[in-house]
Design a protein around this ligand. Structure first.
Ligand code: SAM
Length: 261
């Protein structure tokens, strides 16, 4: 069974309270067993948290590497010595993707924050007929900053990818070969779901995908397209949840199905 991107085989389970805060330094800041913290990260460490020489901190590079480091010098930059490398610390064992219909702010910011904390590998914003909000480049950049802050806060080693699909169908088609694919759908909403055997998907990507609709819900055509590409309807109970709540609850179910907890 294929995995989607990166090396998902190595995982480290180490309690973060052993060293406290996590900082962000892109891969280019590392040379051999040294990392240089710059800008806001250096300022936060030295001036806000007043860390001292010899203190231990966590550093994530956003691309799957987590390091426990010792502070070596604090000047304009902060120089760190790597004491331990923890590949994929804080990451799920299999990729999990949220396909979320575009929402009005601040709902999208909140979805990015929560989904990142829950461990998603990527968030794809999906256009849909009843979408009211829009999505500018500036918003995407803000989402990335929110994702980075959330990933640091919860001690992950990756920052989830955040992208925008060109069209609803394109987003769904792209994930049709993933092992678990769900479309969150309230039982009392109109749809033309018919009986489909979801058990057989041929050559699969070993990961999970959750598709969540906009506040106005999916059209019956959209749910039919999702079903054509083997997205199984997932009910989240007998109440109509706000889209962001549905994403959180649905992701919890997906992660459980993927064996995360
Ligand atoms: N009037 C809309 C409808 O009939 O679909 C309600 C949309 S709901 C506010 C926003 C999205 O959250 C839905 O498209 C669905 O993906 C998800 N959702 C909300 N409540 C749900 C539930 N009880 N079960 C499954 N999905 C739900």
């Amino acid at each position: 069974m294929a995995h989607h991107g990166g090396d998902w085989s190595i995982h480290q389970v180490v309690a973060i309270h052993e060293w406290g805060e996590t900082f962000y330094a892109p891969p280019s800041s590392r040379q051999d067993d040294r990392i240089l913290l710059e800008g806001n990260e250096a300022h936060h460490l030295a001036r806000v948290l007043r860390k001292r020489l010899g203190d231990r901190i966590g550093v994530m590079d956003g691309e799957g590497n987590y390091y426990i480091c010792e502070i070596e010098s604090v000047e304009e930059f902060v120089s760190l010595r790597i004491v331990r490398h923890l590949p994929n610390r804080g990451e799920t064992h299999r990729p999990a993707v949220l396909l979320q219909a575009i929402l009005k702010e601040p709902a999208m910011d909140d979805v990015v924050d929560k989904a990142t904390q829950m461990g998603v590998t990527s968030i794809v914003w999906v256009p849909s007929t009843h979408v009211v909000g829009n999505l500018s480049e500036a918003k995407l950049e803000r989402h990335l900053r929110i994702a980075r802050a959330a990933a640091k806060q919860c001690g992950r080693s990756r920052i989830p990818k955040i992208e925008k699909a060109v069209a609803f169908e394109e987003a769904v088609v792209k994930f049709r070969h993933w092992r678990i694919t769900h479309v969150a759908h309230p039982l009392d909403s109109p749809s033309n779901f018919v009986s489909v055997d979801y058990s057989e998907k041929g050559e699969m990507i070993d990961g999970g995908v959750l598709l969540v609709g906009p506040e106005g819900g999916f059209t019956p055509d959209e749910t039919a397209i999702a079903q054509r590409y083997r997205f199984a309807p997932l009910s989240l109970g007998n109440r109509r949840l706000r889209s962001g709540t549905a994403a959180t609850v649905g992701l919890a179910i997906l992660l459980r199905e993927l064996g995360e907890f």
